[in-house]
Design a protein around this ligand. Structure first.
Ligand code: GDP
Ligand code: GDP
Length: 438
């Protein structure tokens, strides 16, 4: 089950970033070698008691553009309505109720999405409680008084937020069908690919109305197997929001990737792989999803016997943080190698859910350790007792050692490579958890 999405909406300076940082804490998912996706803190993974969710900050309003604040707020609110399961609408007790708050509150109420109204900067409850009551006038329910700066009131607020999360009933009848998100910068050919799939007569298509989100997913049958393409309604829509603001496309990508098992990252062959592609691919990497790089518009470029090799090298270089990603060269326009793409999807699905027996794993471990000694520090050497796989999607391994501090990043990498040499984990990241055995 994918994690619920919570969006924070509010005027500039009410404390959105402060709240965001207070909730995300050090949990903000910055994977060291992933390019700058999360450094601008658009999203973060949050855990509250036994609940997990992805939080997005729809912010990004320039404080000096006061004349257009309302229109930007509407835009933000629309992003939240489109992508979130629950919306936190945050206001500021010092500034009091302002007109744009009322307008945005109306918009949120009409959307029917669960909204939690939060009044921030209530650093002293006694002093401000009367002012907080005023926010009842927004007509979107009880205001939750918090102080984001002092981390007060966050527990009650989060209890309210998580109350609206969809129940995991385990009754999702499509849960066994792989969910695929097609992502990529504007104009790489995402809609063309979906349209091609819809046009193919080997493909049977049906729309599934999203249960918790308004997104419409498309079920596609290819060679007798079913696949769900996420949020393809947005891709199929004729009048696409042009010049989508960067933040919006990141949010869209994050929420689509969150719901997906597999991510197809589309790259434009005629432009080659770019830093923007790396940012987008980085989201899939951080979320631990299966990844296929689809180099599109292969029909449109001049080729010789070195072209594939050159593209592959360049992609491996720019996307060096995900050497496991599979690469396919396709044309959404002509249909070139789209079957190959589906074959690769099938292979990656299998790899993501593969379980390796502990015995076999430890044979590999023993051999690896014999070939290259584990690191040591100040006369103490790392001892690795054993390793076991604890999860799939992505395959996750726990390594039991004598001293965690001694487990160097490069040695984990070395073990990962040994495991990859022995098994076909192509297309899926692997996770490693190092634990000390008492
Ligand atoms: P954003 O523009 O909505 O992201 O707002 P920021 O998070 O940047 O906060 C704007 C200002 O309000 C900053 O100076 C914060 O330090 C301040 N602020 C945020 N939360 C609180 C709070 O709970 N109490 C007080 N007194 N100030 C706060
Ligand atoms: P999106 O913004 O990622 O959804 O991209 P579109 O599907 O709208 O495609 C952008 C442009 O690239 C359109 O003009 C398409 O006709 C063109 N295009 C898409 N796929 C291909 C392809 O495989 N080959 C060629 N030559 N053009 C393509």
């Amino acid at each position: 089950m994918s994690k619920p999405v919570v969006a924070i909406v509010g005027r500039p300076n009410v404390g959105k970033s402060t709240l965001f940082n207070a909730l995300a804490g050090d949990k903000i998912s910055i994977v060291k070698d992933t390019p700058g996706v999360t450094r601008d803190r658009i999203y973060a993974d949050v855990t509250w008691l036994d609940k997990e969710f992805t939080m997005i900050d729809t912010g990004g309003i320039e404080p000096d553009s006061s004349d257009i604040i309302l229109s930007q707020m509407r835009e933000q609110a629309q992003i939240a309505i489109d992508t979130a399961d629950v919306i936190i609408f945050i206001t500021d007790v010092h500034q009091g109720l302002v007109d744009s708050d009322a307008k945005v509150a109306d918009m949120l109420r009409r959307s029917g999405k669960p909204v939690v109204l939060v009044v921030n900067k209530v650093d002293s409850v006694q002093k401000y409680m009367m002012d907080v009551y005023e926010f009842y006038n927004l007509g979107i329910g009880e205001p939750f008084a918090i102080s984001a700066a002092n981390r007060q009131g966050l527990g009650d607020m989060l209890d309210e937020v998580t109350k609206y999360f969809p129940e995991d009933t385990g009754e999702d009848e499509d849960s066994d069908i792989p969910k695929i998100a097609i992502v990529g910068k504007p104009n790489v050919g995402k809609s063309s690919l979906v349209n091609k799939l819809l046009g193919e007569d080997r493909v049977i298509v049906s729309d599934i109305a999203g249960t918790t989100r308004d997104a419409v997913d498309t079920k596609v049958t290819w060679n007798g197997k079913e696949y769900i393409f996420i949020d393809t309604a947005g891709l199929r829509r004729k009048a696409k929001v042009k010049e989508e603001i960067e933040r919006f496309s990141v949010i869209r990508t994050v929420t689509a990737v969150e719901r997906a098992d597999l991510v197809v990252v589309m790259i434009d062959a005629s432009e080659g792989v770019t830093e923007q592609d790396a940012k987008i691919a980085g989201i899939a990497h951080e979320k631990g999803k299966g990844v296929i790089i689809a180099v599109n518009k292969w029909d449109a470029i001049e080729k010789n016997d070195k072209t594939i090799y050159k593209h592959t090298n360049r992609i491996r270089e720019v996307l060096s943080f995900m050497p496991y990603a599979e690469i396919v060269f396709i044309s959404a326009k002509t249909g070139l190698r789209i079957s190959r793409m589906f074959e690769t999807l099938d292979a990656v699905i299998e790899n993501q859910t593969m379980r390796i027996q502990t015995g076999v794993l430890n044979e590999i471990l023993a051999e690896a350790v014999a070939m290259q000694q584990p690191p040591s520090d100040k006369g103490k050497r790392l001892k690795i007792f054993y390793m076991t796989q604890v999860a799939v999607k992505p395959p996750t391994f726990v390594i039991f050692v004598n001293d965690k501090e001694l487990m160097h990043f490069s040695y984990t990498r070395y073990l990962e490579n040994k495991i990859r040499d022995a098994f076909d984990f192509g297309g899926t990241p692997l996770r490693f958890i190092v634990r000390e055995r008492g």
